[in-house]
Design a protein around this ligand. Structure first.
Ligand SMILES: Nc1nc2c(ncn2[C@@H]2O[C@H](COP(=O)(O)OP(=O)(O)OP(=O)(O)O)[C@@H](O)[C@H]2O)c(=O)[nH]1
Ligand SMILES: [Mg+2]
Length: 438
């Protein structure tokens, strides 16, 4: 079946792109093109300029390219039509195409799904396509691009190959079992399993950083009332986004905004100041503040420098103490504390640096084991559990058959990552999250 859809963003634009894929799609499109050149047939990978005419009605002047099977995005014969970026033109062309009985509208992600099905990319690469499209910062761009280029796939293949090697060693021993030879000492086998576990462990640990690369750093701005949390939010955003007053308890709801710092996305949450209150709305706001604190990668504990005594401790993983109002009073700084003034802007850039450095640590370069997808994390955790089981079987001196079974199970689980053993439901679900035309 030939699929067709608008591949560029819907709405008005300079150009819109309509994409078709499936055997026969080139010839099908050609029939709508009336330029003299088209009458003589066409070559693949060349651009043609022609009127697009449906049943005698001129629709638009378009540019078209035909892709040969094996040399297209999907791997199938394909065509792309570049027309004027008018929603009406797009609608007319698509209607003309859908009238042909071999053609139907593409499902979300179906072009990429066909690319995956045709073996041009594996599942983690396909998932990187959607991450790339959704990337909101240089960091998430880098992470998705590396994953798309196969960085993660290569690393996974290495683990895969290690397990296959182990299984084949054990299977070979089975074949010679009667001769009572032991080819590889048990502790060496256990060592190799341990080795695979270490690599997987690195991936599992890399998730936290990977998620930050992809989704950004969750920064909670917290503290007591009237210390300048909303003023800090506005300073960081360089806009007058949040209401600031000298009334204690001004902010009651949680407000989220994004900024980019050194290529990383910062998700800033301004919260209601924490204090005892009988106001129902404010209490609800304070409840929300506490939840934001729990989920944050880092908490900016804003403190009014002029009232820095008896500050309540905040319970959170990483905290930066932000001594605000340093135009009125400065306090001694330590590694995780900083003087700022939301009134003058002093210390704000330094604070931005400090946030990124505190969360990403010293090393800011992307590593392939920085996985960012929860699906990947869960599969790797399950693989690790199965490898642990293999280790137990080895230590209990179970037969090779038993150990092989454990290892095969781990291998199967690992295959769900790259798509080798993934169920159709999960695959459909992944591509269903794509946009139409991708
Ligand atoms: N002098 C001085 N005043 C500041 C500074 N930052 C904030 N303020 C003042 O402090 C008061 C409280 O500021 P907000 O930003 O509303 O404080 P908040 O922590 O969000 O307060 P709540 O939302 O009520 O919890 C306002 O009157 C601000 O103008 C600063 O750096 N210097
Ligand atoms: Mg506020």
């Amino acid at each position: 079946m030939i699929i067709a859809a608008l591949a560029s963003a819907p709405g008005k634009a300079g150009i819109s792109v309509i994409r078709l894929s499936g055997t026969g799609s080139a010839e099908l499109v050609r029939k709508f093109l009336t330029s003299k050149k088209m009458g003589k047939g066409f070559e693949y990978n060349r651009l043609y300029f022609s009127p697009f005419v449906n049943e005698g009605e001129f629709i638009d002047e378009v540019t078209v390219v035909f892709f040969e099977e094996g040399r297209s995005y999907t791997g199938e014969e394909s065509a792309e039509i570049f027309c004027h970026g008018s929603p009406i033109v797009v609608k007319r062309i698509l209607e003309a195409l859908y009238e042909v009985k071999e053609v139907r509208e593409a499902e979300p992600g179906e072009f990429t799904q066909r690319r995956f099905m045709n073996g041009k990319i594996d599942l983690v690469q396909a998932e990187a396509v959607i991450d790339l499209i959704n990337a909101e910062s240089d960091a998430s761009y880098t992470a998705s691009k590396e994953q798309l280029e196969g960085g993660l796939s290569d690393e996974l293949r290495k683990i895969n190959d290690k397990l296959i090697e182990l299984i084949s060693i054990l299977e070979l021993e089975l074949d010679f079992a009667d001769e009572d030879l032991e080819f590889t000492p048990k502790n060496e086998i256990a060592g190799k399993v341990e080795n695979a576990l270490e690599v997987i462990g690195k991936f599992i640990q890399g998730y936290k950083t990977g998620r930050i690369f992809r989704d950004g750093i969750r920064v909670a701005i917290a503290g007591e009332v009237n210390v300048g949390k909303s003023s800090l939010m506005n300073r960081l955003l360089k806009s007058d986004r949040v209401i600031v007053t000298d009334v204690a308890g001004t902010t009651r709801d949680t407000i989220e905004e994004k900024i980019e710092v050194h290529g990383y996305l910062l998700r800033l949450f301004d919260t209601a100041g924490i204090r005892e209150t009988s106001d129902i709305i404010e209490s609800e706001g304070i409840m929300r503040s506490k939840k934001i604190l729990e989920e944050a990668d880092i908490v900016l504990q804003v403190i009014d420098s002029t009232k820095a005594e008896n500050i309540q401790e905040i319970k959170a993983g990483k905290i930066i103490k932000v001594y605000n109002k340093c135009d009125l009073k400065e306090l001694p700084e330590e590694t995780s504390s900083i003087n700022v003034s939301c009134k003058t802007g002093q210390g704000i850039d330094e604070l931005k640096d400090l946030i990124v450095k505190s969360v990403i640590n010293a090393d800011l370069t992307y590593k392939p084991y920085y996985i960012s997808n929860l699906r990947h994390l869960n599969i790797l955790k399950e693989t690790a559990t199965q490898l642990e089981q293999a280790k137990v079987s080895i230590s209990e001196s179970q037969t090779n058959e038993v150990v092989i079974l454990d290892l095969r199970q781990a291998l199967d689980t690992l295959g769900e990552l790259t798509g080798e053993t993934t169920s159709l439901d999960i695959i459909n679900n992944i591509f269903g999250n794509f946009c139409i035309g991708k």
